[in-house]
Design a protein around this ligand. Structure first.
Ligand code: GAP
Length: 448
């Protein structure tokens, strides 16, 4: 079953409406690197905030952390990334293009049908040098996951947070992978953001907690508006488990190119703490309350990508519909994710309307991300707000000058209601929280 929208349409909307631009575009771009524009940066902030709220703020068993991107190289030797974080690479002997061996069928180059080399293992970590001397002794890596910053701080966090196990440590931050074949827009890039929790539990309870987190994470996407039929779970086969994993489930989404991983939830066992204890010489264990049993905790890891989640939210929200013979493109983003919550649109640039419209804008913007737009026809301005997923438009017309009321138009139903300017922010707040949009009979048509 193909997804309902082509990737090209998403890429084009993102460019047109200021969500995502190609990186360094005026120099011709840089492969697989993207910049978030004014709308994209708000959407990204909202996705991260929604994750942090669910995973940290709303719970008493998870705390946050923000660790450095560059870490002691010993971390990556202990974690197994230097030896095992590799993909098999083949190169075409004619055109010299490089491919992931497992993504190529047969022994011919997909580009020019030339002969391919035998596979060799290619490490995906970016290497650089720290300080002014370039040499073996100054090599550092850009982290390929935020998880290791959490493991090496396990002891610090447990002792300072005064929390008992089970305990989760959450981190959002940039990760870097020198992917052989990045692509599909922001689905696979070489620089991206992770949202990860390492949830430390008593061995023996790990399977129960894995089931728990798989369900929690699946429900998170549904709660934020992703249609259930576009999500599915897939357990990893024994042969595809990462070197640290005892078990793993992928939450897959029906992206435009087909079903693909959106998030992974792994049971990492005691692999990481044991390795870091062995390689650092520091004991990394936990003692149950007051002189109880001592053990090395197991870890359940829900690991999501910010950018990949954004792509799923955009694809799922995208719709083209016919409204009275005209095509309307709309993003039905969840209210909490929408970059702009409310747009203030005076009917025209008429000098009589502007002061009141600006007053309404100033009333709303301290509470919500609010847009003010008075250029072009009102119809075009509605179209633009629909395309960026703005849940509500507030229109100021000549009647507003007399009756001190404005019209609120709802993105999804296109219904309109008339409400007093006084206390408007409370009406918008209630509607954003999901209060029904009870359009009066006068306004209950799908007006454009
Ligand atoms: N710490 C475990 C870990 O990193 P992973 O399955 O490699 O596990 C987790 O990555 C998530 O990070 C993926 O499900 C995806 O959402 C995101 N991700 C991984 N590599 C990515 C890439 N190259 N570009 C964008 N997102 C990526």
């Amino acid at each position: 079953m193909p997804a309902k929208v082509d990737m090209d349409k998403i890429v084009s909307l993102c460019k047109r409406r200021g969500f995502i631009f190609p990186s360094s575009e005026i120099y011709g771009g840089l492969a697989s690197c993207w910049d978030y524009g004014p709308m994209g940066v708000e959407l990204k902030r909202n996705v991260k905030e929604a994750w942090w709220k669910t995973m940290v703020q709303d719970r008493d068993d998870v705390v946050g952390l923000d660790t450095s991107i560059m870490m002691h190289p010993g971390v990556w030797a202990a974690s197994g990334h230097i030896d095992n974080f590799t993909d098999p690479l083949v190169e075409c002997k004619s055109c010299h293009l490089r491919w992931r061996a497992d993504a190529v069928e047969g022994k011919k180059c997909p580009q020019c049908s030339g002969e391919l080399t035998e596979p060799r293992m290619f490490n995906l970590m970016f290497k650089t040098f720290m300080g002014p001397v370039e040499g073996e002794g100054s090599i550092v890596y850009l982290r390929p996951e935020t998880a290791q910053g959490i493991f090496v701080n396990f002891e610090n966090v447990v002792t300072t947070s005064r929390k008992k196990l089970p305990l989760g440590i959450a981190q959002i931050g940039k990760s870097f992978r020198n992917e052989i074949t990045p692509g599909n827009f922001i689905f696979r890039t070489r620089e991206f953001e992770h949202m990860e929790v390492e949830y430390f539990v008593k061995p023996g309870t790990d399977e129960k907690w894995l089931d728990y987190w798989v369900k929690e994470r699946f429900d998170w996407y549904v709660k934020l508006g992703i249609k259930k039929e576009n999500l599915r779970l897939r357990q990893h086969g024994k042969d595809e488990l990462a070197h640290y994993a005892r078990d793993c489930y992928d939450i897959e989404y029906l992206f435009p190119m087909g079903w693909s991983e959106l998030e992974g939830i792994a049971n990492r066992g005691d692999f990481d703490l044991t390795q870091h204890a062995k390689c650092s010489g520091k004991e990394l264990s936990y003692r149950d309350a007051e002189g109880g049993e001592k053990y090395v905790p197991y870890v359940i890891e829900p690991s999501a990508g910010v950018d990949r989640s954004i792509l799923a939210f955009l694809v799922d929200a995208y719709e083209e519909e016919d409204v009275e013979g005209e095509k309307r493109t709309v993003l039905h983003l969840h209210h909490s994710l929408a970059p702009i919550k409310v747009a203030v649109l005076p009917l025209s640039r008429n000098e009589k309307l502007t002061p009141l419209a600006k007053e309404v804008f100033r009333q709303l913007c301290p509470k919500f991300m609010t847009d003010y737009d008075d250029s072009q026809s009102i119809g075009r301005r509605y179209r633009r707000q629909d395309e960026i997923g703005t849940p509500f438009c507030v229109t100021i017309d000549f009647e507003s000058l007399e009756d001190k009321q404005v019209t609120i138009r709802e993105r999804d139903s296109l219904a309109q209601i008339r409400v007093p300017i006084e206390g408007l922010e409370h009406v918008v707040e209630a509607k954003l929280k999901g209060e029904a949009f009870d359009a009066s009979t006068l306004w209950a048509t799908r007006q454009k």
